[in-house]
Ligand binder design. Structure first.
Ligand code: FAD
Length: 289
């Protein structure tokens, strides 16, 4: 299968990429790792006249700490995120999630910005970015704006990004002390995509109570979401099996559950409850006291 013909542009900077997006409007598409875009081009689901490559822009591949935040450039590959010492030390949940994406080839090319922008309902990153309360920076020629992860995912493969904007970075507060995390998913056996994926970050208080609970779920509905029903039940409770199970039982509450050849809606909802219970238990068990 071959894509329809298009003109390839390799942008030398974000500024140049933004100018190309402005010039070609709806006829242009950004290319990062290409692991979602190229299949869509080959299937001719989209037929842009211009493809603007941003994968090699060093200004988009930096992973750094700035003013108490961890900044992850949009063109950082899944492998760079999984193996970055800064991310492993400060945002273990993100590193664990990145390492669970696809296979080696996918992790070597796919990027965090591409994954979040594409917003596949079965993508892994959104669960972790939601649980970590990431801030997503979108840039256009007029300037930049920051969107909270919770407001970024709007619907099936639809985000808050507007035409002509580039996702340039995601920033996070480092994981607080006395916290544990886990990303667990039920994998689609061929691709590794999450039929359901659950990211959990739990901070324990001095008496072993759950002071802060963050749960992001992907794969269950048309868009990833913060499972606030689960969080609310567990906050303030002792981190014990009964409380964990009670909280996890709310994982699919109010979700318009997806149903496809991989998993029917009821099964998906049950997977969400089971994986939420396991991820909560695992996060609590690995808390760094
Ligand atoms: P691209 O394919 O280059 O772009 C995707 C879309 O995002 C395009 O519309 C593009 O225009 C837009 N875009 C890219 N970068 C930006 C930006 N900075 N700002 C604005 N828009 C942008 N994903 C998982 O989560 N879990 C898996 O287990 C998994 N398994 C996979 C297995 C296979 C065989 C393949 C081919 C893919 C798999 N993926 C999986 C998807 C993979 O993670 C992709 O890399 C990711 O979804 C898209 O990132 P990309 O950098 O390749 O983006």
């Amino acid at each position: 299968m071959f894509p329809a013909p298009f003109q390839y542009h390799r942008a030398g900077s974000v500024k140049e990429a933004l100018a190309l997006l402005k010039r070609y409007g709806d006829d242009a598409k950004l290319l990062a790792g290409g692991h979602s875009l190229i299949p869509m081009l080959k299937l001719r689901l989209i037929q842009p006249q211009h493809v603007v490559d941003i994968a090699r822009l060093t200004e988009l591949t930096q992973i750094s700490e700035q003013r108490g935040k961890v900044i992850v450039g949009a063109a950082s590959t899944h492998d760079e995120v999984a193996s970055s010492e800064i991310i492993k030390n400060k945002l273990g949940l993100l590193a664990q999630c990145a390492a669970a994406i696809g296979d080696v080839q996918v992790r070597n090319r796919g990027t965090i910005g591409g994954s979040l922008s594409h917003s596949d309902p079965a993508a892994d990153y959104p669960a972790a970015v939601l649980a970590l309360e990431g801030d997503i920076t979108l840039e256009n020629e007029a300037g930049s704006r920051m969107v909270k992860a919770e407001d970024f995912f709007v619907d099936l493969m639809t985000t808050a990004a507007k035409a002509g904007e580039i996702l340039t970075q995601v920033s996070f507060a480092p994981t607080p002390g006395n916290s544990g995390f886990a990303y667990l998913k039920h994998r689609q056996p061929a691709s590794g995509f999450a039929i359901v994926g659950v990211a959990v970050l739990v901070t324990l208080g001095r008496r072993g109570n759950c002071d802060r609970v963050r749960v992001g779920i992907t794969g269950l509905g048309p868009k990833p979401f913060r499972a606030s029903a689960v969080e609310d039940v567990l906050v303030g409770k002792k981190a014990e099996d009964e409380a964990i199970a009670a909280a996890a039982s709310h994982a699919a509450d109010g979700v318009d559950t997806l149903s496809d050849i991989h998993a029917a809606a009821d099964f998906r909802a049950e997977l969400a409850r089971v994986y939420t219970r396991r991820a909560l238990a695992s996060a609590i068990a690995n808390t760094n006291h």
